[in-house]
Design a protein. Sequence first.
Length: 176
Amino acid sequence: MIRNTHALRRQGRRAAVAAGLVLAVGLGVSTQVAAQAAVPAPAKASAKTSTAVRSVSGFNGDLVTQVADFYGAYVDAKEDATGPDTALLKALRAHYLTPDFAKRLAAWEKKNKVDGLLRARNVPVDWTVTEGGNGLEVVVTLGFGGGESPTTTTKLVVKLEPVSGDVTDIRTTSAR
């Protein structure tokens, strides 16, 4: 008897990738690397096509890398193909935010009715994370829109706790 196991393999693969992402967050490992490892390598470009190879790098203990990992995983969880992965979103917040800031953020979100980490109702199409001025702040630039509509930019200053590197505050700043 021959059975179609394609659907079963896809569910198993999705569960393995989700478990890997949750484990990566719990261990503080770069979720971008874990997510990239789960994606099959692209086919090689022909000799006639010149394709630039992209790479994403970071290193352990770097606050810019930590915030980039957090926002990358958070946006991916919000934009999941089957809808927002609420369990992963909750786990990311618990891992990266101080408890005090998480409470203040929840109150801010209730009052403003938008996602406080993105300062928006929708999900950005791109983001950039750069060093801030004092070593304990990182600037996150979120791009919304794309395609036919113009892109709107939001700049956030993410303040970090000196010892743990956890997020203690987020404020908007003018886009430059």
